[in-house]
Design a protein around this ligand. Sequence first.
Ligand SMILES: Cc1cc2nc3c(=O)[nH]c(=O)nc-3n(C[C@H](O)[C@H](O)[C@H](O)COP(=O)(O)OP(=O)(O)OC[C@H]3O[C@@H](n4cnc5c(N)ncnc54)[C@H](O)[C@@H]3O)c2cc1C
Length: 415
Amino acid sequence: MPRTLHIIGAGLAGLAAAIAAGKRGQCVIVHEATNFVGGRCRSFHDAALGMVIDNGNHLLLSGNHAALAFLRDIGAAQKLPLPAAAAFDFIDLASRARWTLRLSEGRVPWWIFDAAARVPGTRALDYLKLGRLVFPPAGKPVGEVVACSGPLYARLVEPLLLAALNIAPPLGSAKLAAAVIRETLLLGGAACKPLVARDGLSATLIEPALAHLAQQGAQVRLGHQLHALRFADDKVAALDFGADSIALGADDAVILGVPPYAATALVPELAAPTEFRAIVNAHFRIDPPVGQPAILGVLNATTEWIFAFPGRLSVTISAGDRLIDTPRESLARTIWDEVRAATGLSAALPPWQIVRERRATFAATPAQDARRPGPVTRWRNLALAGDWTDTGLPATIEGAIRSGNRAADVVGRMG
Ligand SMILES: Cc1cc2nc3c(=O)[nH]c(=O)nc-3n(C[C@H](O)[C@H](O)[C@H](O)COP(=O)(O)OP(=O)(O)OC[C@H]3O[C@@H](n4cnc5c(N)ncnc54)[C@H](O)[C@@H]3O)c2cc1C
């Protein structure tokens, strides 16, 4: 087992690796380039709103077992309470139809035989056609495996896969879509209960992880960007941080938990995804109306999901690249008009903020998925972590945490 494990990057992958390695009693030092922890999953105080918001609304599902185990490890499971049922409210802004999708708890999908529980306008038989997406042919996009049309697609498959893959579903990897479906819908409602960090991502996931790492004796160095890895023979010999550098001992190891564009700049000849998709979030400082569901799916609109938080409504738009150059105020007004229509609120535009994460996730196409490396590198003391490594899942919290756990396993086995 290595003497000191250096983890580069304090996103969820790096934090999960640190906690898993700490459990094994390893001495851990985390080096983070920025002055905050959490990477793409974090909260910050927003001056325009005068409140703490998340960089983007994040949804976990009860089937995300690695994420839930991570929460238990850091003593934060109670911060993400499990709803009683897997129920999802939707509104179609074109027809103004509203419905609630209610998945039955167990693996037998009784809900598809119940017109009041399934997607309106669909028949039980429609769901069976989705079977092709459970074990799809290799290397195919979703659009070549199932028909991307009809009420079941528009009202369930498209919103689910767009949110999970962050790409227009017909272009998305059928393999990644299948992994999502196998780990959620196919397991029934017990694996599909929505979990939202009501108190914010940092309060729920990041601060408890930092407190736990401190208890484990791990160090977290902020503002400590790795500039280069220095290699000698088949190992990393030193970490070059510009102003300082750390020579590695014979038993020391490194987990690189940085995004793919940073990893390829640090590791020669590393294949990694090169294309990305944006996620756009709009936050409005306003009390949600009484009875507003925690998450509301919105169809036939720019808005895709409305999340209700204390004193705030926040909208998520996946694969939002088309909106990157839209003037901020006009985008806020368009989205606010839709939020009013969906919630029944009548207020004029409240204080707002738009957060656009341009490289929110790698583009989940079959070609980009094929570029994802595993955790093992040709250097004997270097492992990779990150939602973009080959986890078999799209870029998600669950994938990031699994990748961190896996990298810690790899390092734990290094001789
Ligand atoms: C707006 C948005 C919404 C999302 N919604 C969801 C959702 O609903 N559900 C879900 O499961 N997932 C969601 N995701 C995806 C999820 O946030 C990511 O999959 C996860 O946070 C990735 O974690 P990571 O550790 O792999 O990478 P990152 O969070 O990118 O962490 C990498 C870290 O490395 C640091 N770093 C980079 N270069 C260096 C260097 N040279 N030296 C030191 N440190 C360095 C970075 O600063 C960063 O802190 C969303 C993402 C975004 C952006």
